[in-house]
Design a protein around this ligand. Structure first.
Ligand SMILES: Nc1ncnc2c1ncn2[C@@H]1O[C@H](COP(=O)(O)OP(=O)(O)OP(=O)(O)O)[C@@H](O)[C@H]1O
Ligand SMILES: [Mg+2]
Length: 273
């Protein structure tokens, strides 16, 4: 069964850093094949994961949807649903297939004009289908709650709302929780997490909220430096305080080392098989 995670919260609270470190952590815990989805138009997640989409010849999903609509490729293909028509284009031009444990896709900018309900729905269907090919899907969101209206995913296991030290940040947690309910986006757990700027003094307040509080991401000079230089966070040393704190947070949410798949234990399909 695929595990789906959404990381959300206010601008600059540390969502993308948390997403990148979560990717690495689930990889190390043996979660298998992961799909990382960036739905932030200004996303820096690819850099954090060491991916140069342009150099890889990949586009964002929105760019592809735009091409498809512009060239009216949708209407030329008879007898298929919108998502079936879209899928081959997205698979070919948007999905970055990594060599190691994760693939990556960037959703890109939402158009400003016209009604795009059809492509948005198609996108959500494609995402649901793709998710089935992975062991876990990790989604990084833009700041705010508006992105939820696109309903790129209909069901999620765990939502992590990353807090900064402000009332607005707590308000954001409530608003996105309510909006997900209103939009019928299913989720099993809604967690709050202190971002790297969240001080220990505010933890007591976080613990009083109606959402489980999982702890704080430690401030880490190396994370700051790597992000500044565009160095992948996957290369942070094992003892990075930020990484260790993210691992602790995930463990409190019930994530832990997974046994290798049976085929690997039996040596089937592997190097020694
Ligand atoms: N644990 C950390 N230690 C030190 N600096 C951090 C840490 N986490 C994030 N930062 C820094 O904070 C800034 C914002 O981080 P990040 O991009 O992860 O936030 P975000 O919530 O995704 O932002 P946005 O809303 O713009 O997408 C970056 O410059 C990053 O280097
Ligand atoms: Mg971000």
């Amino acid at each position: 069964m695929v595990v789906k995670i959404v990381v959300t919260g206010r601008g600059g609270s540390g969502k993308s850093t948390f997403t990148a470190l979560t990717t690495r952590c689930l990889g190390e815990m043996g979660y298998g094949h992961l799909l990382v989805v960036d739905i932030d138009p200004d996303g820096s997640l690819a850099d954090m994961l060491g991916i140069d989409l342009e150099a890889e010849g990949k586009k964002t999903i929105s760019e592809i949807l735009y091409d498809v609509l512009e060239k009216r490729l949708f209407t030329k293909m008879v007898g298929a649903t919108a998502s079936e028509k879209l899928e081959p284009f997205l698979f070919e031009d948007a999905l970055y297939e990594g060599d190691s444990y994760f693939d990556f896709v960037s959703v890109g900018v939402k158009w400003s004009e016209g009604c795009y309900c059809v492509p948005d729905r198609a996108l959500s269907e494609v995402m649901e289908r793709w998710a089935e090919n992975y062991d876990a899907v990790i989604i990084d969101s833009p700041a705010g709650v508006e992105h939820l209206n696109r309903r790129i995913t209909k069901s999620v296991d765990d939502v992590f709302n990353i807090l900064d030290p402000s009332k607005k940040s707590f308000d954001n947690a409530y608003r996105s929780y309510r909006l997900m309910k209103e939009l019928d986006i299913e989720f099993k757990n809604y967690y709050i997490v202190g971002g790297y700027r969240f001080p220990a003094e505010l933890e007591a307040m976080a613990e009083k909220q109606p959402f489980p509080y999982l702890g704080r991401v430690e401030y880490d000079d190396l994370v700051y430096q790597y992000n500044l230089e565009g160095k992948p966070l996957l290369e942070l040393p094992e003892d990075s305080s930020a990484y260790i704190s993210v691992r602790g947070i995930l463990r409190r949410a019930g994530y832990g080392p997974r046994p290798p798949p049976l085929s690997e234990l039996l040596g089937v399909d592997g190097d020694e098989g």
